[in-house]
Design a protein around this ligand. Sequence first.
Ligand code: DQA
Length: 147
Amino acid sequence: MARTVFILNGPNLNLLGLREPEIYGRETLADVEAACARLAGELGLATDFRQSNHEGVLVDWIHEARQAAAGIVINPGAYTHTSVAILDALNAFAGPVIEVHVSNVHRREAFRHRSYVSLRAEAVIAGCGTEGYLLALRRMATLLGAA
Ligand code: DQA
């Protein structure tokens, strides 16, 4: 059976394609989900794609991943810059973690330059638009030995 990668999205990413398109582009999260599922199939992986605006829900999903996922791709949205709880949950997950940001957070406000999640992530992809999710999946396949 194909190994499952959780692709977790934090707050406001449900508005991808609708909010600030000059920063985040015009692709919706549903477009990203479909593209990820397609590529994962080619890579011999399965994806479980989710979004929540609530920190605790994201923590619960990361706990669930301990049993249900081989790896995690996560765009924690604004929680990237604030959430010790998400970092702690990721530290309790044994598999590879890849952090994705649609925008180049390092070219934006100073508060976006700090990421708690980066302390745990094997890789960080920022500024590649929604293609960053696909790059993350390719890297995940390599890390999992699935490619
Ligand atoms: C984001 C960058 C964050 O700083 C921001 O709060 C988001 C989206 C990105 O994908 O570029 O919500 O994670």
